[in-house]
Design a protein around this ligand. Structure first.
Ligand code: S3P
Length: 166
């Protein structure tokens, strides 16, 4: 199962909780990119730019999928599902995509608190524009979960229920 959504949506924290609930392994696509390149996401953006990051992200997703779909929870980076070549891979039969959403103000706040460097999190107006531009694509995920005012565990439980995995 693939968790998609904007920066600050809680993809990694919900993913860890969900994986624990299901007894499935958890993987974070950004961490796979960092491990493959031995560079942080921030370094990749700074030294090589976004286009190179997107190439690495697509390659990492292809590699991940080549290991079989199986029972695992994968948190994608906020832009991964937006790239048409990735959305095409994730649209294959049997793959489940879950969009975690929240009001953009909350996403902006959360994406700062998590303490992760996010090259595409700049000022609030830019953050909002990017969120609104991307949201129609996120809505193409198989399941849509509103996370506002829910705990991480409650969001994970909701996904288990909605997908009949309990
Ligand atoms: C990005 C989101 C980040 C990371 C990279 C680009 C984006 O992941 O992949 O900085 O394009 O929204 P998170 O959503 O985990 O912050």
């Amino acid at each position: 199962m693939f968790l998609v959504g904007f920066m600050g949506a809680g993809k990694s924290s919900v993913g860890v909780a969900l994986a624990r609930m299901l007894g499935w392994p958890f993987e974070d696509l950004d961490q796979r990119i960092e491990a493959r390149t031995k560079r942080s996401i921030e370094q990749i953006f700074r030294d090589s730019g976004e286009a190179e990051f997107r190439r690495l992200e697509h390659a990492a997703l292809q590699e991940l999928l080549s290991g079989g779909i199986g029972r695992r929870v994968v948190a994608l980076g906020g832009g991964a599902f937006i790239q048409p070549e990735n959305a095409a891979l994730l649209g294959q039969d049997g793959l489940r995509t879950v969009f975690l959403d929240a009001p953009v103000d909350e996403l902006y706040r959360r994406s700062n608190q998590e303490g992760v460097q996010r090259p595409l999190r700049q000022d609030k107006a830019q953050f909002e524009r990017l969120y609104h531009a991307r949201r129609p694509q996120y809505l193409k995920a198989g399941l849509h979960i509103a996370t506002a005012e829910k705990t991480i565990e409650a969001v994970a439980e909701r996904i288990v229920q909605e997908l009949n995995l309990g």
